[in-house]
Design a protein. Structure first.
Length: 332
C-alpha cells in the first residue's frame, strides 16, 4: 500500500506528514490524533523542553509493535532541526541529540512516531548541571498510583523540613514523579547522592512501604523510589508527553497536592489518569501547573551536602570536551 503523504506548513517550515489515518494505539488513536495532541499541547510543553537534549521513544508500527529509543538524530533529520552533541560515555564520538525547541520540530518528531518524549534534567550546553532533582515513584506488585501518592506525601514532608518545595506529576503510566526545582548552579555529583540519601532515609523510616534499592525482587508490596534518574546519562518522561503502556494513550501531567490528597482519600485512582482530550481541557482550564519547576530557584541544603561530601559518596561527572571545542546549535 502506498504511503499517504500530506505537506503541512507550520511556523514557516514545511513538513511532509504521512499515514495520518494509521492507528498507533490498540484503541484506534491515530498518528493524526497524536500530531494534533502535540500541536495543541505545544504552548505549554515547549518551554519545559527548551534546549534539553531528548531521547525519542518511537513506535513505527504502533504501540503493539516493536519500539526503540532513539538518542542520535537519524540521518533523515531536517537541517533546520536543532541538535546538540554529547560525548559518549564508553567510546569515542558524540551522540547528536535532538532539541525540541519549536512546534515544527515537535510535529516532525510526532510524525516519525515518537510517541514518548524523554528529556534530560539539564539544558544544553550545561550537560552536567541539572535544573531539578527528580524522584520517580514506581509501584511494585500489589500497589498502585494511590500508594505512590501516599509515599509522595511522605517525601514532600521530608523536603519541606529541608525548606525545599516540590511538585508532582503523574507519569501517565503506573507511577508518580516528584520534581524539586533548583535552577541554581549545581551538578549531578550533588543531586544524585542527595536524592539517594532521601530515598534511603524514607526506606529506613517506612520499610513496610518503601524500597530504595534497585533489585526488582524487593519491590512487591512497596513503592520503589528511583533516585538514579538524577544522572547526566538518564532521561525522565517529559511533562505533557504521551505514554504507551496501555491500550489508550495517557498523558504525563502535573497534579496539585490537593488532588492527590482527594484521590487517596476517596480511593479514586482514575481521577489521576488523563487521556489526551481530558488533558487538553485541563490545560485550558488550569494552565501550566509545572511552570514553577522551570522558574523557582532553590539550593540543596548546605549541611546535608557537607555530610555527603565528607562521606565520599559523590562521583565524577562525565568528562566533556572543553566548551571551545563543542559544536553547539542551541537558541538563547
Amino acid at each position: 500500500m502506498a504511503k499517504k503523504e500530506y505537506p503541512f506548513d507550520i511556523d514557516g517550515r514545511t513538513i511532509t506528514l504521512s499515514n495520518l489515518e494509521k492507528p498507533l494505539y490498540p484503541s484506534g488513536f491515530t498518528k493524526g490524533e497524536v500530531i494534533d495532541y502535540y500541536i495543541r499541547a505545544s504552548e505549554l510543553l515547549l518551554p519545559h523542553f527548551k534546549n534539553r537534549p531528548v531521547t525519542l521513544k518511537r513506535f513505527p508500527n504502533g504501540t503493539a509493535g516493536k519500539a526503540f529509543y532513539e538518542k542520535n538524530a537519524p540521518r533523515f533529520t531536517p537541517p533546520w532541526v536543532q541538535t546538540f552533541p554529547v560525548p559518549r560515555r564508553s567510546k569515542e564520538g558524540d551522540i547528536n541529540y535532538i532539541l525540541i525547541n519549536d512546534r515544527a520540530t515537535l510535529v516532525w518528531c510526532a510524525n516519525i512516531a515518537s510517541l514518548e518524549l524523554h528529556p534530560f534534567l539539564h539544558r544544553a550546553p550545561k550537560i552536567d548541571s541539572p535544573t531539578a532533582v527528580v524522584f520517580d515513584l514506581d509501584p511494585g506488585k500489589g500497589t498502585n498510583l494511590l500508594t505512590c501518592a501516599q509515599v509522595a506525601f511522605l517525601l514532600k514532608d521530608v523536603l519541606k523540613r529541608l525548606k525545599l518545595t516540590c511538585f508532582a506529576k503523574v507519569s501517565g503510566s503506573k507511577g508518580l514523579q516528584i520534581y524539586v526545582p533548583l535552577n541554581t548552579p549545581v551538578t549531578y555529583r550533588a543531586t544524585q547522592p542527595f536524592a539517594k540519601t532521601i530515598a534511603e532515609y524514607l526506606e529506613h523510616e517506612h520499610p513496610e512501604l518503601i524500597v530504595s534499592k534497585m533489585a526488582k525482587d524487593l519491590r512487591p508490596g512497596k513503592i520503589f523510589i528511583d533516585w538514579s534518574q538524577n544522572a547526566d546519562h538518564k532521561t525522565t518522561v517529559g511533562v505533557y508527553s504521551l505514554r504507551t503502556k496501555r491500550k489508550k494513550p495517557y498523558v504525563s501531567l502535573p497534579v496539585r497536592w490537593e488532588e492527590l490528597q482527594q484521590a487517596t482519600a476517596s480511593g479514586n485512582e482514575p481521577s489521576l489518569c488523563f487521556e489526551p482530550k481530558a488533558a487538553l481541557q485541563r490545560l485550558a482550564d488550569v494552565g501550566d501547573l509545572f511552570a514553577p519547576v522551570d522558574a523557582l530557584k532553590q539550593r540543596l541544603p548546605a549541611d546535608v551536602m557537607a555530610v555527603m561530601q565528607s562521606s565520599g559518596t559523590t562521583k565524577s561527572p562525565r568528562k566533556a570536551r572543553p566548551q571551545s571545542q563543542r559544536k553547539i546549535t542551541v537558541t538563547d
